[in-house]
Design a protein around this ligand. Structure first.
Ligand code: ADP
Ligand code: MG
Length: 531
């Protein structure tokens, strides 16, 4: 159950009723607004956290919009649209999910008012589309170039008010270094930044590893714990006797024959180890299993070996060390090996991890996040995730905006001007769009314990006087220049909020019939498929 304006609404699951026209729309709008209401109080640095408990009692404490919505059991189609808004926002930009949902909820609420006063849904949808297109351009013209220092500020802003607060500067620095390291021209794949979380220690102990951290331990206790100037072999095949030999039918009729067979096997494995050691490899990381005898020989040769490394770790290892993954020892040579300054097994917190680090120009790196408890580490992980997203798009686009509600207030003013030139009833929709944008500064104020109306008036006054970067300082409650306060966000985040919310709302407005599929038996279902 959720509340809208103090009124309880029930989001039913598995219902198979059909609703049409006004009722369909109304029910979608209510459900969507309920979702927006659920995340609203988490917006901004002073937003509250939510404690989510699932049916088996697992607890997640978070402030992250997309996480909250992901954990909620949402079945209503109108509410589901809001979840999609958050998911798209997350995929496209990595941040701004709460804002997108809150803004979409406000757009819907205002659309509903217009419809009540007799404006046709299509007119509202068109007006919203005009406004969104204009908003894109206005935002573009407001954006400034992101130089070096702004990059770290963007990361810090994305983490403000999250669990990472105490070590924000440090984490922002790690994130900027990590994301910059995996950039390849015009593309940055965040999968190349591994994130390893460890309970124990404090957030400030988090670090950037120029390489990969594995959860697996050495195959054998006798192997070295530490190898400097490592030459790394990545094996995609098991280090065992080759399949064909093993499966060959054995017809042993005398002890001599058995011994001969075993000697052949031993010789083959010895040959494999000789080839590996001969290539200069002193670290062997294997995707599959390693035969006991091979482990024994490798141990004697002082080689550190690890088996059952996951495929994604193998991919990261190849990118970090420059090794080629070997799947056939027939054409294997020293050139296939990668390099790492240090490979070492270390105890971190309560875990034993294998560090493959100090790689030169690694194309894959790892953020090792620490924190006192599991809940802290997980929330730090989510904050860092947002920060990586915003640093990525800032590196790619090189354009940023002030935060703290500044762009929304500026946009609202610009759209009110724009509305004057819009003919017909669409004008009303453009104005509604402008008003809806102000939900962002109003909510930031509310969550900071300020009066939303006073704050909005103060903001508008500053903007009217030409201070386009004037936003709300959630800590002091003052209206200040957001660039001076280092509250900065990527242009792409704001553009996606406007586009994504407008698109989703347009979809909801165009729906006048909901046919919910229930269990495919019983009269309800028959009715649902009727006409
Ligand atoms: P979202 O999921 O939308 O990113 P957040 O809880 O991260 O939600 O809040 C983002 C909003 O908080 C943005 O409008 C951002 O500009 C604002 N914000 C961040 N830091 C500050 C600050 N110090 N003062 C005021 N607003 C801030
Ligand atoms: Mg955010």
């Amino acid at each position: 159950m959720a509340y809208v304006g103090g009124q309880p609404i029930y989001i039913l699951s598995g219902s198979s009723r059909r609703t049409g026209g006004r009722d369909a729309r109304r029910s979608n709008v209510l459900a969507a607004r309920a979702v927006a209401g659920a995340v609203r109080t988490t917006l901004g640095p002073k937003g509250m956290d939510k404690m989510l408990v699932d049916s088996s009692g697992n607890v997640v404490v978070t402030n992250d919009g997309v996480t909250i919505l992901g954990e909620m059991d949402i079945e209503h189609p109108g509410a589901g649209m809001m979840v999609e808004v958050a998911e798209t926002q997350e995929e496209e930009t990595g941040d701004g999910t709460t804002t997108a949902v809150v803004f979409a909820g406000e757009l819907l609420a205002r659309a509903d008012d217009l419809l009540d006063s007799g404006v046709h849904p299509t007119v509202v949808a068109n007006g919203y589309r005009f406004a969104a297109a204009e908003a894109r351009e206005v935002l573009e013209s407001m954006a400034v170039e992101a130089d070096g220092e702004l990059l770290a500020e963007v990361a810090r802003t994305a983490m403000t008010g999250k669990a990472a607060e105490s070590a924000r500067e440090h984490l922002a620095d790690l994130v900027v270094r990590a994301v910059s390291a995996v950039r390849e021209g015009e593309s940055i794949d965040l999968d190349d930044v591994g994130v390893e979380t460890v309970v124990g220690g404090s957030v400030a102990d988090s670090s950037l590893v120029e390489g990969v951290v594995l959860g697996e331990e050495r195959a054998n206790e006798g192997m070295p714990r530490r190898v400097e100037d490592a030459r790394v072999l990545l094996a995609d095949v098991p280090l065992e006797v080759r399949e064909t030999e093993v499966s060959a039918e054995l017809d042993v009729t005398s002890p001599d024959q058995l011994r001969a067979f075993m000697e052949r096997e031993e010789a083959e494995l010895r040959g494999l180890v000789d080839a590996i050691v001969g290539s200069g490899a002193n670290v062997v990381l294997c995707r599959k299993g390693i035969d006991d005898l091979v482990q024994h020989y490798l141990t004697r040769e002082g080689v550190l070996a690890v088996r059952r490394v996951t495929d994604s770790d193998m991919r990261a290892l190849a990118r970090a060390t420059g090794a080629r993954r070997v799947s056939d020892f027939g054409d294997f040579s020293a050139e296939d090996l990668g390099r790492a300054g240090l490979v070492e097994e270390r105890e971190v917190g309560e875990e034993t991890l294998l560090f493959v680090e100090d790689c030169e120009n690694p194309r894959s790196v790892t953020l090792l996040l620490r924190g006192g408890t599991e809940h802290v580490v997980e929330e730090v992980g989510r904050a860092v995730d947002d920060a990586m997203g915003v640093v990525r798009v800032t590196l790619l686009d090189d354009r940023v905006l002030p935060g703290g509600g500044a762009p929304e207030v500026a946009l609202a003013a610009a759209l009110r001007d724009f509305a004057e030139g819009v003919e017909g009833r669409e004008q009303l929709a453009v104005e509604a769009f402008a008003d809806a944008l102000e939900v962002v500064p109003r909510t930031l104020a509310q969550n900071a314990g300020l009066d939303p109306i006073d704050s909005l008036v103060a903001l508008r006054t500053k903007h009217d006087a030409g201070a386009t970067a004037a936003g709300l300082d959630a800590y002091s409650g003052e209206v200040s220049d957001m660039f001076d306060l280092h509250v900065v966000e990527p242009l792409r985040v704001k553009q996606q909020i406007v586009d994504g919310a407008a698109e989703a709302v347009e979809l909801v407005l165009r729906i006048d019939d909901v046919i919910a599929a229930g269990p495919l038996s019983g009269s309800d279902a028959d009715e649902a498929f009727d006409g």
